[in-house]
Design a protein around this ligand. Sequence first.
Ligand SMILES: O=C(O)C(=O)C[C@]1(C(=O)O)C=C[C@@H](O)C=C1
Length: 289
Amino acid sequence: MKEVVAYLGPAGTFTHAAAEWLFPEKHAVLQPYSTIPDCLQAVADREVQFAVVPVENAIEGSVNSTLDWLIHYIDVPIVAELVYPIAQCLMVHPSQKHRPLREFRKILSHPQAIAQCQRTLRQKAPMAEFVFTDSTAKAAGLIKEQPDQPWMAVGPAKAAEFNGLSILMENMQDHQNNFTRFLAVGWKEKENRQSADFCKTSLQITLPSDYPGALYQVLAAFSWRKINLCRIESRPTKTGLGNYYFIIDAELPVDHLLMQGAISEIEVLGCHVRILGSFPCFYKKVMKK
Ligand SMILES: O=C(O)C(=O)C[C@]1(C(=O)O)C=C[C@@H](O)C=C1
């Protein structure tokens, strides 16, 4: 039977492209959901076997709703990671394509996409106000429904294609080398049909209390074992200002002897360690035109 995979829809989002890459059509049915929490809750409630969600962008940083949902509201392991190239396009209804950019009044998109193009958008369309939508493809769909409005959307070329929109600018993010890291979460290990670039373990660490050098001691457990850390992120525990969880990604699988040693040492220090997942990581390089 085919696996059912939730993704941030509608069809044409960057997350859709990432989900198609991780779960090819031959083996899976991709099911769109309106928001990132909806995707994650669907897998937690076992409506679907997997969900694919964005977690970090090279320009704008963390996707907090993904991190918070994984930390606070559900307990489903991360089973794979994909780093995927992001090319943002400026798109309009074909009936608006000859209008000068300065005359546009609204720019619709997901907040992450707008943030990646903020400077360019300010320069090209200074009169336009930003309107945030649940996804880039949702924004493209709204533009399609309003042929008479001087509105634009930001998002993937696929979203323009699916909605019959005209692309006015390609690769318009403020900085090149734009990539987003996506996570697949699910109830069983993802079969590795592609070979992974490397394996990673994602840990949520709670310090026992705030004392000098607490985080330093945690990092030392990785450092002297020469375990490479690829990310440290703090998120509020939501119990009071200044209380944080640390999300630490280490470049070794959890069953590796060195990782086991590091985790035990950190626990002996009085920290609470939650394993968010130990998973293969894939890297999709930019496709040359
Ligand atoms: O709206 C989309 O197309 C998405 O897939 C969401 C999302 C994100 O939340 O980061 C995914 C990749 C890009 O960084 C911009 C937007």
